[in-house]
Write a protein that binds this ligand. Structure first.
Ligand code: HSE
Length: 310
């Protein structure tokens, strides 16, 4: 492939927060939420990296080539034929880190979308399928990155093509009545730790129940929100992760006992609720959750990562 030509102007992208799994859809279902990180990048003539990060998690974010947005950008440039000499990046983070709201997926997808926009004819060099495949490889699973890229609700999967594992996804149209509430605790849980708690195998009966509920979840999200409570019941991951997030697990149990469609968001510890309720019901849920969680009412974001100014 011929070396890429880089654009000289700064590019800004925004990328939504995401909630993975949505109950039973482990490692496959994702939902984009109306909370967006923004990243601005510009190619520099001088070699080197100039990174500035503000907002959520900024104290703990790397300012070198290990920065996740930068790592993803370099992977994207490599795929498109070559790296620029120098790079400046500004990140304005609003997605909480380590809470199961897709901050790493946003960084990865944002970096790849930035890299693509900074290369002339970048869309031809790296299409969405290639971008999703690279993003899934960096993230380790495709669910958050698919929703971050495409917006709305997504089903992502991986398949072999010509000896290479590729990632793909399809969108599910979400009933516009459905809204999300995120109960965000102050503590974080590392996804790697939460994944280590999962068993090698699950009972056959649990697998059957889980696949039934996952299939039902498509229907519930599309046009039967009355089925969301039953459809968001999971059988294969949440209970195994209880010890890593006991307060979140207790909140899910309490909310579900009251008939609320609550589940652990991604690898936790945020608890996500899908509902079609009015503001008074939301206030009641906040009271029930107590002080240990901060409540954010979020729309489902129908758009995924994209350039907002060039
Ligand atoms: N499906 C992944 C998990 C999401 O639950 O481990 C992590 O963000």
């Amino acid at each position: 492939m011929a070396k890429p030509t880089f654009r000289a102007n700064a590019i800004q992208v925004q990328v939504p927060a995401t909630s993975a799994n949505i109950g039973p859809g482990f490692d496959s279902f994702g939902l984009a939420l109306g909370l967006n990180d923004r990243y601005v990048a510009q190619i520099m003539d001088e070699p080197g990296l100039d990174i500035d990060v503000t907002g959520e998690g900024s104290d703990n974010v790397r300012r070198d080539e290990k920065n996740l947005v930068v790592r993803a950008m370099y992977e994207g440039f490599h795929f498109m034929g070559g790296k620029p000499r120098g790079l400046a990046l500004r990140a304005l983070n609003v997605i909480p880190h380590g809470r199961g709201l897709g901050s790493s997926a946003a960084a990865i997808v944002g970096g790849l979308v930035l890299a693509r926009a900074l290369v002339l004819s970048g869309d031809d060099r790296m299409n969405d399928e290639a971008l999703l495949t690279i993003a899934s490889r960096i993230e380790g699973h495709p669910d958050n990155v698919a929703a971050a890229l495409c917006g709305g609700a997504t089903i992502a999967w991986q398949e072999m093509r010509h000896g290479q594992m590729i990632s793909r996804c399809v969108g599910i149209s979400v009933d516009p009545r459905i809204k999300a509430l995120a109960f965000v605790p102050s503590n974080s849980v590392a996804t790697t730790k939460a994944r280590k708690l999962l068993p090698e195998a699950v009972p056959h009966a649990d697998a059957v129940a889980n696949s039934t509920h996952t299939a039902l979840l498509v229907h519930a999200l599309t046009n039967r929100p009355d089925l969301l409570f039953v459809a968001t019941e999971d059988f294969i991951h949440q209970k195994y992760r209880q010890e890593a997030m006991p307060k979140s697990f207790a909140l899910v149990t309490m909310l579900r006992a009251a008939g609320v469609a609550a589940f652990i968001s991604g690898a936790g510890p945020t608890v996500l609720v899908l509902h079609t309720g009015d503001p008074s019901e939301v206030a009641e849920l906040q009271r029930a959750a107590g002080d240990a969680f901060s409540l954010q009412a979020l729309d489902i974001s129908s758009t995924g990562a994209g350039v907002v100014s060039a």
